[in-house]
Design a binder for this molecule. Sequence first.
Ligand code: GPK
Length: 838
Amino acid sequence: VEASIPEPQREAWKKFQAKGFTNKEEFEREVVRHVETTLARSMFNCDETAAYAAASLALRDRLITQWNRTQQRQTFADGKRVYYLSLEFLMGRALDNAMLNIGAKDIAKDGLADLGFRIEDIISQEHDAALGNGGLGRLAACFLDSMASLNIPAWGYGLRYRYGIFKQEIVDGYQVEVPDYWLDFNPWEFPRHDIVVDIQFYGNVRKYQNEQGKNVITWDGGEVVQAVAYDVPIPGYDTVSTNNMRLWSSKAASGEFDFQKFNSGDYESSVADQQRAETISAVLYPNDNLDRGKELRLKQQYFWVAASLYDIVRRFKKSKRAWVEFSDQVAIQLNDTHPTLAIVELQRILIDLEGLEWDEAWSIVTKTFGYTNHTVLPEALEKWSVPLFQNLLPRHLQIIYDINLYFLQTVERKFPKERELLGRVSIIEESQPKMIRMAYLAIVGSHKVNGVAELHSDLIKTTIFKDFVRIFGPDNFTNVTNGITPRRWLHQANPRLSELIASKTGGLDFLKDLNILNELEKFVDDKEFKKEWAEIKYANKVRLAKHIKTTTGVTVNPSALFDIQVKRIHEYKRQQMNIFGVIHRYLTIKAMTPEERKKLAPRVSIFGGKAAPGYWMAKTIIHLINQVGSVVNNDKDVGDLLKVIFLEDYNVSKAEIIVPASDISEHISTAGTEASGTSNMKFVLNGGLIIGTCDGANIEITREIGENNIFLFGNLAEDVEDLRHAHTYGAHNLDPDLAKVFDAIKANTFGDAGSFGALVSAIEDHGDYYLVSDDFHSYIQTQALVDEAYKDQDEWVSKTILSVSRMGFFSSDRCINEYAETIWNVEPLVPEPQERNG
Ligand code: GPK
């Protein structure tokens, strides 16, 4: 239905157009209005939570005006849009970012002060939007920020989980999971109760000839669930462009809550139907780099993909263009294989519903999609069991079989003599039961496949996707090295450093063009500058020390070297190697004379990160870290020389406190396992150095900042396979220092050794798959180099300044520009000057 206001009445609309605030007084008026009318409170009843709510509502009024105009402008321009499909968006807090991006932070700060509040206290009231597990989800959030900031017409599509990633509590040294119910009050989302899509599951497929003699395929019966849209505005930095993130929430289809059943007393089953529908978007699966093949997860994937594609196709059809133009209007990026069903769903829409021929449809599909791979770990590559899939999505299975058939036919024509090749690249794995290999489906259905750092992109081409490079040619495979948004990860997290940089580079332009950081290079030997630089780092460490004190009760010395490893707990990321190194340090200190101890650089080893609830080994690592902490932190011989801290519930807002406070951070995955890593970039950008392996983006960071400014160690990716082979078939010689660490653990130094048996025997007896022993010596030696280097503070500070000055490459703006040019073929849509700030 057309619902636009007729021309004669539009004058009245324009006169009363929502404006929001443009100065401090108007901001205050809006805040007070929201406290009094929206929240029904008063100045006698306004705590920080209420002030946060009212300030956010005032901000969002401004945002929504910009958002509406941006959408109108994009619709009118009728150009190409990007759709970023991601099951995870790890957004963190929105208020500070919204204030910064729309340029209202100073107004809000002064206005809130007039009303009796400190802006920092108000910002910290907000609950993180934690709809993601780790790097993959945070990358999607940085990308949204960059796409809006670069004026690229783009929508994010995801799921509106009722529960985000669980909150982590540490009880007696063990991780305990607590549900994250975050939607109590969320001013940043707009329910669109008028945008509802019916999504179908199960049922039957029928094939028949219609009156014109054409073959028709229908899919019906089964269960129907409704997808309701919730929109979240995504403001760009220093632009009025405000993009949209649309999250789908599931609810029972009308009629699903069966009043007949209800009235006849069958309450339970009528309620059960409703709950079953709502379960689909209820919780985020808490696994990082792991696929578990659960039916509900597949339901989530199809629910989200089908709703998003319905939306995208509907928008395209409004433009009345021919189908061949679809990929001129639409670019869809698949964030990992989670949305791969979109390929099948679009093919289904085109052939079953729109009546296109297979080949014509398939050509549109492959031009539309791009696929980003984020891991080579075999346990993370998605596969769906054919029987499970057949039951839930019978028509989609047929289409997958057809896609596979045509694909294998072309392979056979191209490589007629290679019989085994067909089995190797088949989308269907001939196992018991048969499995659908989602990464293969994603490759076959996309025009570009990319990895997320150079080494990773090379590895996928030479290992897991090697056959596909031969089949499709090397041009279909490319690299786009990850990036991070400097708005959140420099300016918001480290306001003083940002201010100092601004004072030397002529303002905040570096937040839009991070290569401007280059200009800092001339200050590497500037005494005054270095002093300020070092003071800011110290202040950030004091801030973290306070957080440590209030959350753990442990006092740490801010002058000590802060050594930080925060990320999801995983054997491949090797937090176990870090804690073994800490134990080695502890044993070394214990064996020293008091004189020797005086020469040692004091260190605080800080850990943080969540273990997947079902990942027992990761939970054991957390337990060991806490046990080591309770022994070391209470040992009088050690004092300030070593403290071991586990920070509870690592998340985005805590990262904003932790990242600016590092001297050294650890990125020590087994070479070849960490696709990119993004926290490595964040730490260096904030004036910390890193110790790391030659893995993921560490390699490119080294290239940019120079090898004198990074502590690299360990075996190379190219040697990993041979080393593993040697463990399996030769004697595995345990590193002697590591052997001493194990002896201490076995002597119950850190509590019952039995608790840690599995950790030790993974290395001693089960092949040491992650090469902890092989890399241990190199790791310990390199940590000693860190100690030495830290003693020369003057040199250390110069290294950090030089490093920051060379980090421009790692802006997610650079990264998004590469996607836009090489994969999406999409142009920015820059707002007219009069639209800005008005
Ligand atoms: C990769 F496969 C996955 C996954 O399931 N979750 C996840 O966070 C990460 N990732 C990689 O492990 C990181 O190396 C990478 O920087 C990040 O994705 C973003 O690309």
